[in-house]
Design a protein. Structure first.
Length: 299
Protein backbone atom coordinates (compact mmCIF):
# COMPACT_ATOMS: atom_id res chain seq x y z
CA UNK A 1 0.00 0.00 0.00
CA UNK A 2 1.48 3.36 -1.03
CA UNK A 3 2.13 6.06 1.55
CA UNK A 4 1.25 9.49 0.21
CA UNK A 5 3.18 12.47 1.53
CA UNK A 6 0.79 15.42 1.93
CA UNK A 7 1.73 18.25 -0.44
CA UNK A 8 1.50 20.80 2.37
CA UNK A 9 4.15 18.87 4.33
CA UNK A 10 6.51 18.75 1.34
CA UNK A 11 5.92 22.49 0.77
CA UNK A 12 6.72 23.22 4.41
CA UNK A 13 10.03 21.33 4.21
CA UNK A 14 10.96 23.08 0.98
CA UNK A 15 10.14 26.40 2.64
CA UNK A 16 12.45 25.73 5.60
CA UNK A 17 15.17 23.60 4.02
CA UNK A 18 15.07 24.08 0.25
CA UNK A 19 16.29 21.15 -1.83
CA UNK A 20 17.30 19.16 1.26
CA UNK A 21 13.73 19.49 2.52
CA UNK A 22 12.33 18.31 -0.81
CA UNK A 23 14.65 15.30 -0.75
CA UNK A 24 13.70 14.45 2.82
CA UNK A 25 9.99 14.54 2.01
CA UNK A 26 10.54 12.42 -1.09
CA UNK A 27 12.26 9.78 1.04
CA UNK A 28 9.38 9.53 3.51
CA UNK A 29 7.46 6.62 1.95
CA UNK A 30 10.57 4.42 1.97
CA UNK A 31 11.43 5.45 5.54
CA UNK A 32 7.90 4.72 6.70
CA UNK A 33 7.92 1.30 4.97
CA UNK A 34 11.19 0.46 6.67
CA UNK A 35 9.79 1.09 10.16
CA UNK A 36 6.42 -0.53 9.45
CA UNK A 37 8.46 -3.60 8.69
CA UNK A 38 11.08 -3.34 11.48
CA UNK A 39 8.55 -2.61 14.19
CA UNK A 40 5.91 -4.98 12.84
CA UNK A 41 3.16 -2.40 12.29
CA UNK A 42 0.23 -2.12 9.95
CA UNK A 43 -1.27 1.13 8.69
CA UNK A 44 -4.61 2.02 10.22
CA UNK A 45 -6.24 5.19 8.96
CA UNK A 46 -5.49 8.56 7.42
CA UNK A 47 -2.17 10.37 7.49
CA UNK A 48 -1.70 13.33 9.83
CA UNK A 49 0.98 15.96 9.80
CA UNK A 50 2.14 19.26 11.25
CA UNK A 51 4.64 21.70 9.79
CA UNK A 52 7.44 19.18 10.38
CA UNK A 53 6.31 15.62 11.07
CA UNK A 54 4.47 12.93 9.13
CA UNK A 55 2.28 10.94 11.53
CA UNK A 56 0.81 7.59 10.49
CA UNK A 57 -1.82 5.80 12.58
CA UNK A 58 -0.76 2.16 12.97
CA UNK A 59 -1.65 -1.02 14.82
CA UNK A 60 1.09 -3.03 16.53
CA UNK A 61 1.44 -6.82 16.37
CA UNK A 62 -0.24 -7.12 19.78
CA UNK A 63 -3.27 -5.20 18.48
CA UNK A 64 -2.62 -1.88 20.31
CA UNK A 65 -3.12 1.37 18.46
CA UNK A 66 -0.14 3.67 18.00
CA UNK A 67 1.22 6.29 15.61
CA UNK A 68 4.48 6.29 13.68
CA UNK A 69 6.03 9.78 13.75
CA UNK A 70 8.69 10.67 11.17
CA UNK A 71 10.66 13.93 11.27
CA UNK A 72 14.15 15.03 10.27
CA UNK A 73 16.79 14.98 12.99
CA UNK A 74 17.74 18.54 13.88
CA UNK A 75 18.82 20.57 16.87
CA UNK A 76 15.22 21.06 18.03
CA UNK A 77 13.84 17.61 17.32
CA UNK A 78 16.82 15.40 18.24
CA UNK A 79 15.91 15.00 21.91
CA UNK A 80 12.13 14.57 21.66
CA UNK A 81 12.39 10.91 22.67
CA UNK A 82 14.68 11.82 25.61
CA UNK A 83 12.03 14.17 27.02
CA UNK A 84 9.15 11.76 26.44
CA UNK A 85 11.09 9.02 28.19
CA UNK A 86 11.76 11.29 31.19
CA UNK A 87 8.07 12.24 31.48
CA UNK A 88 7.06 8.59 31.13
CA UNK A 89 3.53 9.45 30.09
CA UNK A 90 2.76 11.67 33.11
CA UNK A 91 1.05 14.51 31.27
CA UNK A 92 2.65 13.60 27.95
CA UNK A 93 2.19 11.03 25.22
CA UNK A 94 3.92 7.68 25.87
CA UNK A 95 6.94 6.73 23.80
CA UNK A 96 6.80 3.10 22.63
CA UNK A 97 9.97 2.95 20.54
CA UNK A 98 12.49 5.31 18.98
CA UNK A 99 15.22 5.30 16.37
CA UNK A 100 17.32 8.40 17.14
CA UNK A 101 19.39 8.04 13.96
CA UNK A 102 16.42 8.69 11.65
CA UNK A 103 14.23 10.67 14.09
CA UNK A 104 11.51 8.01 13.94
CA UNK A 105 9.25 7.34 16.93
CA UNK A 106 6.42 5.02 17.81
CA UNK A 107 3.95 6.81 20.09
CA UNK A 108 0.78 6.04 21.97
CA UNK A 109 -2.20 6.96 19.75
CA UNK A 110 -4.21 9.94 20.98
CA UNK A 111 -7.39 11.61 19.78
CA UNK A 112 -7.79 13.94 16.77
CA UNK A 113 -9.11 16.68 19.02
CA UNK A 114 -6.65 19.27 20.38
CA UNK A 115 -6.96 22.26 22.72
CA UNK A 116 -7.35 24.36 19.56
CA UNK A 117 -10.86 22.83 19.36
CA UNK A 118 -11.90 23.95 22.85
CA UNK A 119 -14.02 27.07 22.25
CA UNK A 120 -13.17 28.88 25.49
CA UNK A 121 -9.51 29.80 25.13
CA UNK A 122 -9.05 30.54 28.83
CA UNK A 123 -10.31 27.06 29.67
CA UNK A 124 -7.92 25.62 27.09
CA UNK A 125 -5.12 27.68 28.62
CA UNK A 126 -5.99 26.41 32.08
CA UNK A 127 -5.61 22.80 30.87
CA UNK A 128 -2.36 23.64 29.07
CA UNK A 129 -0.99 25.32 32.21
CA UNK A 130 -1.90 22.31 34.35
CA UNK A 131 0.10 20.05 32.02
CA UNK A 132 3.01 22.45 31.86
CA UNK A 133 3.14 22.58 35.65
CA UNK A 134 3.66 18.83 35.79
CA UNK A 135 6.11 18.69 32.89
CA UNK A 136 8.46 21.35 34.24
CA UNK A 137 8.76 19.79 37.69
CA UNK A 138 11.18 17.31 36.09
CA UNK A 139 14.88 18.15 36.14
CA UNK A 140 16.31 18.12 32.62
CA UNK A 141 18.18 14.90 31.74
CA UNK A 142 21.89 15.22 30.93
CA UNK A 143 22.91 16.35 27.49
CA UNK A 144 19.95 18.51 26.45
CA UNK A 145 20.29 21.93 24.82
CA UNK A 146 20.77 24.54 27.53
CA UNK A 147 18.80 27.79 27.76
CA UNK A 148 21.99 29.47 29.06
CA UNK A 149 23.80 28.66 25.79
CA UNK A 150 20.82 29.70 23.69
CA UNK A 151 20.56 33.01 25.58
CA UNK A 152 24.28 33.76 25.16
CA UNK A 153 24.11 32.98 21.44
CA UNK A 154 21.11 35.28 21.06
CA UNK A 155 22.89 38.15 22.81
CA UNK A 156 25.81 37.66 20.43
CA UNK A 157 23.50 38.15 17.45
CA UNK A 158 21.75 41.32 18.58
CA UNK A 159 24.17 43.93 17.18
CA UNK A 160 24.05 42.44 13.72
CA UNK A 161 20.22 42.23 13.84
CA UNK A 162 19.94 45.86 14.98
CA UNK A 163 21.84 46.85 11.86
CA UNK A 164 19.27 45.10 9.68
CA UNK A 165 16.14 46.63 11.21
CA UNK A 166 14.71 49.62 9.36
CA UNK A 167 12.47 51.15 12.06
CA UNK A 168 13.62 52.76 15.31
CA UNK A 169 10.65 51.22 17.16
CA UNK A 170 11.80 47.74 16.19
CA UNK A 171 15.37 48.46 17.30
CA UNK A 172 14.01 49.76 20.60
CA UNK A 173 12.12 46.53 21.33
CA UNK A 174 14.99 44.31 20.24
CA UNK A 175 17.29 46.17 22.66
CA UNK A 176 14.62 45.97 25.37
CA UNK A 177 14.32 42.20 25.06
CA UNK A 178 18.09 41.77 24.88
CA UNK A 179 18.60 43.76 28.07
CA UNK A 180 16.08 41.56 29.93
CA UNK A 181 17.92 38.45 28.72
CA UNK A 182 21.28 39.96 29.71
CA UNK A 183 19.96 40.31 33.28
CA UNK A 184 18.79 36.69 33.44
CA UNK A 185 21.44 34.86 31.44
CA UNK A 186 23.51 33.90 34.48
CA UNK A 187 20.51 32.05 36.02
CA UNK A 188 19.09 30.04 33.11
CA UNK A 189 17.39 27.29 35.15
CA UNK A 190 17.59 23.51 34.92
CA UNK A 191 14.05 22.17 34.39
CA UNK A 192 12.98 19.95 31.50
CA UNK A 193 11.18 22.36 29.16
CA UNK A 194 8.81 21.46 26.31
CA UNK A 195 9.46 24.76 24.43
CA UNK A 196 6.52 24.39 22.02
CA UNK A 197 3.42 23.83 24.15
CA UNK A 198 0.72 25.54 22.11
CA UNK A 199 -2.91 24.48 21.82
CA UNK A 200 -2.42 22.09 18.87
CA UNK A 201 0.30 20.24 20.76
CA UNK A 202 -2.15 19.11 23.45
CA UNK A 203 -4.39 16.23 22.30
CA UNK A 204 -7.42 14.64 23.94
CA UNK A 205 -6.77 11.13 25.27
CA UNK A 206 -8.27 8.23 27.24
CA UNK A 207 -5.56 7.65 29.82
CA UNK A 208 -5.88 11.31 30.89
CA UNK A 209 -8.27 13.92 29.46
CA UNK A 210 -5.41 15.76 27.72
CA UNK A 211 -1.77 14.95 26.97
CA UNK A 212 1.15 16.97 25.56
CA UNK A 213 2.87 15.93 22.33
CA UNK A 214 5.73 17.27 20.20
CA UNK A 215 8.35 18.66 22.64
CA UNK A 216 11.49 20.36 21.34
CA UNK A 217 13.12 19.97 24.72
CA UNK A 218 15.77 21.98 26.46
CA UNK A 219 17.03 22.59 30.00
CA UNK A 220 15.99 25.92 31.46
CA UNK A 221 13.65 28.24 33.34
CA UNK A 222 9.87 27.56 33.02
CA UNK A 223 9.39 31.28 32.25
CA UNK A 224 10.70 30.40 28.76
CA UNK A 225 7.61 28.20 28.23
CA UNK A 226 4.83 30.80 28.16
CA UNK A 227 5.18 32.36 24.73
CA UNK A 228 3.58 29.66 22.53
CA UNK A 229 0.28 29.91 24.45
CA UNK A 230 0.45 33.72 24.33
CA UNK A 231 0.75 34.12 20.57
CA UNK A 232 -1.23 31.10 19.35
CA UNK A 233 -5.00 31.66 19.03
CA UNK A 234 -4.02 35.32 18.59
CA UNK A 235 -7.29 36.05 16.73
CA UNK A 236 -8.98 35.69 20.12
CA UNK A 237 -6.75 38.25 21.87
CA UNK A 238 -8.47 41.60 21.96
CA UNK A 239 -5.73 43.78 23.42
CA UNK A 240 -2.97 44.17 26.00
CA UNK A 241 -5.36 43.26 28.84
CA UNK A 242 -5.97 39.85 27.24
CA UNK A 243 -2.23 39.21 26.87
CA UNK A 244 -1.81 39.98 30.58
CA UNK A 245 -4.75 37.75 31.52
CA UNK A 246 -3.15 34.83 29.68
CA UNK A 247 0.28 35.60 31.12
CA UNK A 248 -1.01 35.91 34.71
CA UNK A 249 -3.07 32.73 34.47
CA UNK A 250 0.07 30.80 33.48
CA UNK A 251 2.39 32.49 35.97
CA UNK A 252 -0.02 31.83 38.85
CA UNK A 253 -0.80 28.29 37.70
CA UNK A 254 2.90 27.46 37.47
CA UNK A 255 3.81 29.32 40.65
CA UNK A 256 6.45 31.40 38.88
CA UNK A 257 8.08 34.68 39.82
CA UNK A 258 6.16 37.19 37.69
CA UNK A 259 9.08 39.42 36.76
CA UNK A 260 11.45 36.60 35.90
CA UNK A 261 8.72 34.98 33.78
CA UNK A 262 8.25 38.29 31.94
CA UNK A 263 12.00 38.50 31.39
CA UNK A 264 12.22 35.03 29.86
CA UNK A 265 9.16 35.77 27.75
CA UNK A 266 11.08 38.77 26.36
CA UNK A 267 13.74 36.16 25.70
CA UNK A 268 11.26 34.21 23.57
CA UNK A 269 10.27 37.39 21.73
CA UNK A 270 13.97 37.96 21.08
CA UNK A 271 14.37 34.40 19.82
CA UNK A 272 11.44 34.74 17.42
CA UNK A 273 12.57 38.16 16.19
CA UNK A 274 16.17 37.09 15.59
CA UNK A 275 14.80 34.11 13.69
CA UNK A 276 12.76 36.41 11.43
CA UNK A 277 15.65 38.82 10.87
CA UNK A 278 17.93 35.92 9.99
CA UNK A 279 15.31 34.85 7.45
CA UNK A 280 15.57 38.30 5.80
CA UNK A 281 12.88 40.43 7.51
CA UNK A 282 13.77 44.06 8.19
CA UNK A 283 10.72 44.66 10.41
CA UNK A 284 9.59 42.84 13.53
CA UNK A 285 6.29 40.98 13.66
CA UNK A 286 3.33 42.91 15.03
CA UNK A 287 2.29 40.05 17.30
CA UNK A 288 5.74 39.85 18.86
CA UNK A 289 5.76 43.60 19.47
CA UNK A 290 2.22 43.57 20.89
CA UNK A 291 3.19 40.88 23.40
CA UNK A 292 6.40 42.65 24.39
CA UNK A 293 4.67 45.97 24.93
CA UNK A 294 1.78 44.37 26.88
CA UNK A 295 4.26 42.65 29.21
CA UNK A 296 6.35 45.74 29.86
CA UNK A 297 4.33 46.41 33.04
CA UNK A 298 5.32 42.99 34.43
CA UNK A 299 9.09 43.61 34.17
N1 LIG B 1 0.36 10.49 19.45
C1 LIG B 1 -0.46 10.99 18.54
N2 LIG B 1 -1.71 10.50 18.37
C2 LIG B 1 -2.55 11.00 17.44
N3 LIG B 1 -2.23 12.01 16.60
C3 LIG B 1 -1.00 12.54 16.71
C4 LIG B 1 -0.06 12.07 17.68
N4 LIG B 1 1.08 12.78 17.56
C5 LIG B 1 0.85 13.67 16.57
N5 LIG B 1 -0.39 13.54 16.04
C6 LIG B 1 -0.99 14.33 14.95
O1 LIG B 1 0.00 14.71 14.03
C7 LIG B 1 0.18 16.14 14.00
C8 LIG B 1 1.64 16.50 13.87
O2 LIG B 1 2.38 15.94 14.92
P1 LIG B 1 3.36 16.79 15.83
O3 LIG B 1 4.02 15.83 16.77
O4 LIG B 1 2.62 17.92 16.47
O5 LIG B 1 4.46 17.31 14.80
P2 LIG B 1 4.80 18.77 14.19
O6 LIG B 1 6.17 19.06 14.74
O7 LIG B 1 4.81 18.59 12.72
O8 LIG B 1 3.77 19.75 14.68
C9 LIG B 1 -0.44 16.63 15.32
O9 LIG B 1 -0.89 17.95 15.21
C10 LIG B 1 -1.59 15.64 15.50
O10 LIG B 1 -2.70 15.96 14.66
MG1 LIG C 1 2.97 19.96 16.54
Amino acid sequence: MGIKVPEALTASHIHYDGEAGRAWAAGLPALAERFLDEWDLRLDGGTRHGAVALVLPVVRADGTEAVLKLQPVGEETADESVALRAWAGEGSVLLRDADPETGTMLLERLDDRSLADVPDVMRALDVLTGLLRRLVTHPAPEGLRQLGDIARDMLGEVDDALGRLAREEDRYWLRWCASAVAELVSEPGDRLLHWDLHYENVLAADREPWLAIDPKPLAGDPGFELMPALWNRWEEVSGAGDVLRRFDLMVDGLGLDRQRAAGWTFGRVLQNCLWDVRAGDDELSEIQLAIASALRVRW
